[in-house]
Structure formats: C-alpha cells, structure tokens
Design a protein around this ligand. Structure first.
Ligand code: BGC
Length: 447
C-alpha cells in the first residue's frame, strides 16, 4: 500500500511539474516582458535539471539509499516551488525551475526502482502503466488549477500550489521503510529481513524472498564497463535511448507546455485557451486506460504503430488547419481542438506508457540500472530540446510548417517501430535477455 501511494505521489509530482507551466507562461511573459528565447528557457531549465537529477540518481540511491534519496528529492521539490513563488527575475525563475527539475529527475528514477523493490511479484508489472497514469493525473490537475488561477492571472499561485503535494510527499517518504534489496546490497542482512517481514504476510515468504535477493545480487550490477565490452548490451542501451528520443520527438510536450499558445494561434480567447488545455489533460489521462487495459492483449508493436499513425494524422491535420489562418471561423476552432485531442489520444495509449514499459523490459539484468538511467536521462534531454526549440520553430518556420515537421517525424517512427522494436508481450525477461545475448536482431528478440 505504502509503495503504491508513493508511486502515486511521485508520478503526480512529475505530472504537476510538466503541466503547470503551460498556463503560467503567458502571464510570466507579460510580467517580465520575456522574449521567446527567455520563455523557452523558463520551460526547459526544468528538463535540464531533471536530466542532471536522473544522472545523479543512480549514485544517490546507491549511497544514501532509495528512501533517503526520495526524501531529498521531495525536499528539493518543495524548495523549488517556493523559489518559483518568490522569484523576482527571469534568471531566478530559471534557477527555481532547474531545482524543481533536479527533484523530479531524481524521483523519476528512484520511485519506480523503489516500488519494484518493495512490491511483490504479482503487482510489479502493472505499476509502470499506473505510474504513467499518475503522471497524466498530475498534468490534468495542473491544467485545471492553471485554468482556475487564470481569472486572476496569479501565476505565482499556479507555480506555488505544487508545494502542497510536495510537502505531503516529503512527510510521507519519511515514514517509508528502507528498500530490503538496497539493505542487502549494503550487506545489512538482518535489517533487510526485518523490513521485508514487515512488508509480507508471513515470515517464510520474507525469508525465501531474501534468499532470492541474495542469489540475484551474486550477479553484480555493471554499467559503463559492460557497455564498452559487450556489444549486445550496447544494443539494448541504444534501443532504450532511441525509444526515449522517439517518445519526445512525437511532439507530445509541445502540446503539454504550449497548448494555450497553440489554441491562441488557432484563434481562441483566453478562457477557451485555458479550458481547452484542461480538456487536453483530461483526454490524456482517460486514453492511458486503453494502454493499461490492452497492452498485454494487443501487444506493444501494433499499439505503437497505431499510435504513430494517429499522431501523424493529428499533427498533419493541425498543420493544414493552421495554414488556413485564424479567420476561417468557429468551425476551424473546434476542428483544431478535435485534431489536437486525436493526437493526444494517439500518444496516451501508445508511446506514453509503452516506451517506459519497453525501456524497463529490454535491459539485461546485469546492466539494468545503467540502461534505465541512460534512457531516463535521454528522456529529459530530448524533452528539453523539444521545449527549447518550439517557439523558435514557430517564429522561423511558421506554425503550419512546424506541425508538418512533427507529422513527418511521427510517420518516420512507424518505420522505426517496424524495423527495431521487439514485441515483448507475454515473453519472459530471461528469454529476451538470452536472445539479445545470442545476437538476434532487436526486433526479433521477443520471438
Ligand atoms: C512523457 C512525458 C509527457 C507525458 C505526457 C510521459 O510518458 O515521458 O514527457 O509529458 O508522458 O502524459
């Protein structure tokens, strides 16, 4: 239960942070007279901080332990939110957002790791999609709170309100037990057994699991050295990195960060912009349930391909609508909302959750921490690049061509999926690992 609650709150923080800036940005730009570049940096400094946080998270969670790393990230999160409230210049705001980023970079690596180490086996699998669901709920809550505060233009409240769930997370994480697997990793066997016994129904269960953990730890985790010497491990790491680049280049976060701006370009007034954005958040959350329900029935590849087709069509249609210009009437307003929602649906049932699922599945046990750290880091860097270039693209290419670009990228990802992505549905992680090590083509390691 504790682990599930934690998953919820850490995912929620991730989402709140992604979502909150879209509604605040316009007001911030007005107050500080921020240029497009300055706005891009206010948005992207968080992703930069998150990338750094994800890189540092491996060491922190090994040295301090998973629990203390989470407490640390929650404290940073509250600090970052407070700094956003009092920031009186663009530079300070950028620094404050980078602090927030550090916090979610650490949490986005440590929380799923911690959960997978304390949850029992039957519940481990569904947790990744549920984690994504929590991200989308966080985004939705942020969009709604933005819409409410927009009437008064109170952007400091928009950014500050996330300190509340942050404080809940901070207090909650203080009461968490240490991860038994981490205690074993540090040679604290007795404590590990006591902790696990308190998490399982019977002592026998805990004892047998401790024996499994001990056996698993015989195989020492390796990282960069394994990457250098084992070409098959290099392939799985590169697949994880590639998948996360693909996820971000779908353009999902230009919608998450700049939705009100997109609605503005499409001709909506302020109310329409804010509530349109909230609907985007709602659809993003609802469509995630499709993935949770069907990913183990339909498989990863068909769902990803369907998602990319829908996203390419959505972006292409938006490009056409925007090229018609703002004056083409109310019909065009509603159509542009429709195609944006189509795009979001395509993402939320495919690339949103499935990329995280695949990234966790394809790494061999011995290099799992390193492999997942590399792909998580890439997620944030790619996220930053997309966030940091969107307004510039709008300014130089124009809105229509910018969306054509993303439509084309999504079309290319259909081919990328066909060429490289394995079908991992119903396949054991051991079997994936064996095929990978035999040098089988990536897209066939699930066969
Ligand atoms: C992505 C985030 C994105 C979110 C949207 C996640 O899977 O990693 O970058 O903002 O989905 O729901």
């Amino acid at each position: 239960m504790l682990a599930a609650i934690l998953a919820a709150v850490a995912g929620l923080m991730f989402g709140l942070d992604i979502g909150v800036i879209s509604g605040a940005l316009g007001f911030i730009a007005k107050e500080f007279q921020a240029s497009d570049t300055a706005q891009e940096w206010i948005v992207s400094s968080m992703m930069f901080g998150a990338a750094v946080g994800a890189l540092a998270a491996g060491r922190l969670s090994y040295g301090l332990g998973r629990k203390k790393a989470l407490v640390f990230s929650a404290a940073l999160f509250v600090l970052g939110a407070i700094c956003c409230v009092i920031a009186h210049s663009i530079t300070l705001l950028i620094v404050a957002r980078a602090i927030l980023g550090l916090a979610i970079g650490i949490a986005s690596f440590v929380a799923p790791l911690y959960i997978s180490e304390v949850a029992d086996e039957q519940r481990r699998g569904s947790l990744i999609s549920v984690y994504q669901l929590m991200i989308t709920i966080g985004i939705l809550l942020a969009f709604i709170s933005d819409a409410l505060f927009a009437y008064s233009g109170a952007w400091r409240w928009m950014l500050g309100i996330v300190a509340v769930p942050g404080a809940v997370f901070l207090v909650g994480s203080l009461f968490l037990p240490d991860s038994p697997r981490w205690l074993m990793l540090r040679g604290r066997h007795d404590e590990a057994l006591e902790t696990l016994a308190s998490l399982r129904t019977t002592r026998e269960e805990a004892e047998s699991e401790i024996r499994d953990i001990a056996a698993g730890l015989q195989q020492k985790q390796r990282g960069f050295s394994l990457f250098l010497e084992n070409p098959n491990f290099r392939r799985s790491v590169m697949l994880g990195i590639g998948l996360q680049i693909v996820q971000q280049l779908t353009g999902i976060n230009i919608v998450m960060y700049y939705a009100p701006r997109i609605f503005e370009v499409a001709g909506f007034g302020q109310d329409g912009q804010m509530w349109g954005t909230a609907i985007v958040g709602l659809v993003n959350m609802l469509a995630t349930f499709i993935a949770i329900g069907f990913v183990d029935r339909w498989g990863r590849r068909p769902m990803l391909i369907a998602g990319f087709i829908i996203m390419a069509v959505g972006m292409g249609a938006l490009a056409i609508l925007l090229s018609l210009g703002q004056d083409s009437g109310t019909m065009m307003h509603y159509l542009s909302v429709g195609v944006l929602l189509l795009f979001i649906t395509g993402f939320a049932f495919s690339a949103g959750p499935l990329i995280w699922v695949l990234c966790a599945e394809v790494q061999p046990l011995q290099g799992r921490d390193f492999g997942i750290a590399c792909s998580t880091f890439t997620n944030w860097i790619a996220n930053m690049i997309v966030g940091a270039t969107f307004l510039t693209l709008l300014g130089t290419l124009g809105a229509s061509h910018t969306f054509w670009l993303y439509a084309a990228l999504n079309a290319v990802f259909i081919l990328v999926t066909l060429a490289f992505v394995p079908e991992t549905r119903g396949v054991s992680l051991e079997s994936l690992e064996r095929k990978l090590n035999q040098g089988v083509r990536l897209r066939d390691i699930g066969r």
